[in-house]
Design a protein around this ligand. Sequence first.
Ligand code: C2E
Ligand code: MG
Ligand code: MG
Ligand code: MG
Length: 250
Amino acid sequence: MNLATDLVGAVARHEIEAFFQPQIDVSTGKITAVEALARWRHPTKGLIPPGEFIPLAESTGLIHEIGAFMLEEGCRHAARWRRDGLAIHVSVNVSALQLATPDVFDRLHTLIGEYELPEGTLTIEITESQIIADVAGVAQRLERLRAIGLGVSLDDFGTGHSSLAQLQDLPITELKIDKSLIQETTANGALIAVAVALLQERGVRVVAEGVETAEQLNLVQRIRCDRAQGYLFGKPLPVDELDGYLTGTR
Ligand code: C2E
Ligand code: MG
Ligand code: MG
Ligand code: MG
């Protein structure tokens, strides 16, 4: 209850912050993309992870304000990196509730226009479970995102009990294999490899989440994922810390 009250106005009080986690190109080892992840700097409780306030934001409607802020931050930093000569793709997590608002496409179109982001620079991530809840409806909205030059990523693949068949026709540009699949030893290797190959044939980029060990990176390389994200390469960081990383590896 308290937390819900505290969350009201948190964006305006600058308590919500976008952290960024690097993604590496598996074939070059270079950082080519980052994922924006929300954090709440609570005045007394410290740094609160999104798992504790995003669901609250969704049930109170505050997700619209927080989501808009995260999209703006993603675009703002993408534009800044571009000015610095760094072609970094930025992914932002979006709730299905945000995608269901009628003006979201106009606002996104305006946003990428204002920041002059080339096609594919900004990718919208939506979780498998939120897609599965309404595949046909979501598919239509994803089409609209594609039409304005955004990438569309299916997040947490492997957790939502969907089949490849259900996802086959979705207009996605990227699939993120959930960390639970990556971390469950090599038992899944052959199966994931088939899924990866099928999607890549359609031009879908495949990203592995939660890569923590050299063994897991080895699996990711064997199944030919395009990008990898995980503590092995870097945790989600405040943007000024990430900047150091980016210029250091240029
Ligand atoms: P996600 O989009 O699947 O993001 C990846 C999560 O995995 C992040 O947790 C990240 O810190 C964590 N992670 C990355 N690498 C590793 C690793 O090697 N090992 C382990 N154990 N974990 C790793 P985080 O930041 O706590 O975010 C949790 C979820 O909250 C996100 O999962 C996303 O679904 C949601 N979320 C975060 N920011 C936003 C936002 O701005 N809007 C919305 N709607 N949801 C958000
Ligand atoms: Mg995500
Ligand atoms: Mg995920
Ligand atoms: Mg997740």
